[in-house]
Design a protein around this ligand. Sequence first.
Ligand SMILES: O=C(CO)[C@H](O)[C@H](O)COP(=O)(O)O
Length: 207
Amino acid sequence: MQLQFAIDTLSTEKALELAAAAAPSVDILELGTPLIKSVGLSVITAMKQAHPDKIVFADLKTMDAGELEADIAFATGADLVTVLGAAGDSTLAGAVKAARKYGKGVVVDLIGVHDKVGRAKEVIDLGAEFVEMHAGLDEQAEPGFSLQTLLEAGRSAGVPFSVAGGVNVSSIAAVQGSGAIVAVAGSAIYSAPDVAAAAAQLRAAIS
Ligand SMILES: O=C(CO)[C@H](O)[C@H](O)COP(=O)(O)O
């Protein structure tokens, strides 16, 4: 299972600092949606130049204009981009078309999708590399939130999936046990007092 670091900060300088600390322990460097909205696509180029050996994941959360949004992110250095599962099939098809042009990939983020299992199967058939079983920061703060629901959806879907939703050192082994191909961790790493150590602990928990 690969480890993805979701960098949810607001400046390129801080993102590069966090990435440098965590890089020895992670496979995928994710530029979070607030970061891309804050500083623009230049952060993708900066991250790829600093870490050419890592998979750079642009969390665009595209909902429309799939081909255009994916194209501009791939052109600036992204290896993977996200399209929302709630988007129409033609939006995903456009993003997949751009991915094929660059030899890159599209991940479908199932945040907010009620039938995650059904939609996961559909979007893999449409050309997504994998789906992200995701509970966002707001959903994580709701009473009764449990990561378990995401793990069960992943197991049931029978397609390649990642899990994101407050994954931490206590839960990452269960993520691996669910069959996920990628565990996504954001706040468990960037909010830690020692970012490098937090990433290393997550890596050790799945090695
Ligand atoms: O995409 C996101 C929010 O929409 C986050 O990057 C994702 O949820 C991972 O961060 P955390 O581990 O803190 O939940």
